[in-house]
Design a protein around this ligand. Structure first.
Ligand SMILES: [Zn+2]
Ligand SMILES: [Zn+2]
Length: 253
């Protein structure tokens, strides 16, 4: 289902009422909720976004890359990255492109303690791409791990915070201990596609080598760019090339 943001907010209102019959008012009083787009406080009637921000972010409603889910032109089957790269994962899903307002929101989510935004990201992801993901029948959600040193420094792993909320929406388990990040890598943002792949060589390992109990894993990250992180994870979690993992994120850059 692809709805305009304003319609989505209306649809979500009924859903939220049902889901949060108990406790929500109290929670709102103790921890005032913030709009993930402008960071302003939300009123009790505003569920995920404030009124002013509903129109500011745009879900991917048009054509998507058949591999990674990024927006593409109506004539294109694959995005530029996917037409040049052979990915190890099966399919990617993202509800939003990585544009200005959402980019700022994700930066606060990632670096400035705004873990609370995860509720909005997860609900939007579930609403816009949940059905497509469910069709692939994932058994478990696995967040992209941070290196322990980086996680200590930041205090949390934003992909895990997001995956936890998404697992609730999808009523599936999350396993944040399946994979470990064993190498401190450079920030991918500053690197080109080839350097990104090199940077991630040997970066991840199974926490219990040789013991993979899942066939269909939904890998969860906050931002998808060229797919090198998801590829590196798919390679170590897949039992065979026939059972490659899926990925999805709230935003694809
Ligand atoms: Zn707002
Ligand atoms: Zn693509």
């Amino acid at each position: 289902m692809r709805l305009h943001p304003a319609e989505w907010i209306r649809e979500s209102a009924g859903y939220m009422k049902e889901k949060n019959k108990t406790g929500n008012w109290l929670l709102n009083a103790v921890y005032p909720r913030r709009c993930p787009i402008c960071d302003g406080l939300l009123s009790r009637e505003e569920l995920y976004l404030c009124r002013n921000c509903v129109e500011k972010i745009h879900p991917i409603l048009g054509a998507r890359c058949k591999k990674c889910g990024k927006p593409v032109g109506s004539e294109e089957e694959f995005c530029r990255d996917c037409s040049r790269t052979r990915h190890s994962f099966d399919r990617g899903f993202a509800p939003y492109g990585y544009h200005g307002e959402l980019e700022a929101s994700l930066m606060r989510f990632k670096y400035h303690e705004r873990q609370e935004y995860a509720g909005f990201y997860a609900h939007a992801a579930f609403f816009y791409v949940g059905k497509q993901i469910q069709r692939r029948n994932p058994e478990v959600l696995v967040p992209v791990p941070l290196h322990p040193a980086r996680q200590r420094q930041r205090g949390y792993n934003q992909a895990e915070v997001f995956a936890e909320k998404l697992a609730e929406e999808m009523e599936l388990p999350m396993n944040a201990r399946l994979i470990r990040r064993v190498k401190k890598t450079k920030r991918q943002k500053e690197l080109g596609p080839a350097e990104r792949r090199k940077n991630l060589e040997g970066a991840f390992a199974l926490a219990k080598p040789g013991q993979m109990k899942y066939c269909r894993i939904l890998l969860v990250d906050d931002i998808y760019t060229t797919g090198s992180t998801v590829d590196a994870l798919s390679l170590i979690t897949s039992p065979s090339p026939r059972d490659r993992t899926r990925s999805r994120m709230p935003s694809s850059a």
